[in-house]
Ligand binder design. Structure first.
Ligand code: UTP
Length: 292
């Protein structure tokens, strides 16, 4: 197989309402909630950069402008830190910044679903393959999840989704894969169903928030068909491209935390905190002292 076209662009949909995390997300986007000391969305941008992404396309909505500010220079703050010789803090700001001109923002004017949010990025993506990262799904590991998916993409091309096996009781919250041939951590996808009832789920393999897609998906998304929950679902359009191009799922070695969920978010903070040498000793001591 000839080497597939490179994936240079990533779409980050951040226009969701975050109703599972109210009241915290009333005025603060859930993507800006910090895991230890970085907003959730920054982890996704770093993961994408590591995977070779050069262009970041955010699909935002009402009340999400602080995400734009986060990925911009903060001159007064930078000057203040520099004059006080707070080099470490200054570097932590500068390291997180994407290169000038590499970030674009478009707006999903109404939250009609993930498929609709991705469709809103169509003119920025153009006619080339692209990645989608849902920032509230925090994937922690080395190499990062998208890089692991890119390694598979370079061999098989087409569409790649990240997947995780879930207990049967949880599958109705996800897109669920009908698996074909399984080779190691790479699973051929024969079908995918959004939010099936447990009894009708084709497997327990659930799609999680990382995708490599082909521009043909926009032809399906153009139809604006509504699916589960009355939303325009990304899964439904992906499913329609099966048979027209290779479609695989990859189970990565990363740990996943659903930071759009209160318990998932707490778990992410504890896990990332415990992995950080500067925080772990104090955090361990606190956890040991907590009375249950
Ligand atoms: P979620 O399923 O987490 O939905 O979206 P939500 O609205 O953000 O949160 P809850 O369920 O009300 O708590 C998954 C991803 O899709 C984006 C979200 O921002 C998130 O990254 N999304 C979802 C959009 O950008 N637009 C939409 O219309 C829906």
């Amino acid at each position: 197989m000839p080497k597939p076209a490179p994936v240079r662009k990533a779409v980050l949909p951040v226009a969701g309402m975050g109703t599972r995390f109210l009241p915290a997300t009333k005025a603060v986007p859930k993507e800006m909630l910090p895991v230890v000391d970085k907003p959730v969305v920054q982890y996704a941008v770093e993961e994408a950069k590591e995977a070779g992404i050069e262009q970041f396309i955010f699909v935002t909505g009402r009340g999400k402008h602080v995400i734009e500010d986060h990925f911009d220079h903060a001159y007064e703050l930078e000057r203040l830190l520099s004059s006080r010789e707070k080099t470490e803090q200054l570097n932590s700001l500068l390291e997180g910044l994407p290169a000038s001109g590499s970030v674009s923002f478009t707006r999903q004017q109404r939250p009609l679903g993930l498929g609709h949010a991705v469709w809103c990025a169509r003119h920025f993506v153009g006619n080339e393959p692209f990645a989608v990262l849902l920032p509230d799904d925090l994937l922690v590991g080395k190499p990062g999840a998208l890089k692991q998916m890119m390694q598979v993409y370079d061999k098989v091309g087409g569409v790649i989704v990240a997947a995780e096996e879930k207990p049967l009781a949880e599958v109705e919250r996800y897109g669920v894969i009908d698996p074909g041939v399984i080779k190691g951590n790479v699973i051929e996808v024969k079908g995918v169903v959004e939010k099936p009832k447990a009894a009708k789920a084709p497997s327990r393999l659930c799609v999680i928030g990382r995708y490599i897609l082909q521009p043909e998906i926009f032809t399906e998304l153009d139809k604006q068909d509504k699916g589960a929950g009355g939303e325009i679902q990304l899964t439904d359009s992906m499913a329609k491209t099966i048979g027209r191009m290779p479609f695989h799922a990859v189970t990565t070695t990363c740990a996943r935390y659903d930071c759009g969920d209160k318990v998932g978010f707490l778990q992410a903070n504890i896990a990332v905190g415990l992995s950080r040498p500067d925080i772990a000793p104090a955090l361990k001591a606190i956890l040991k002292s907590v009375k249950f």
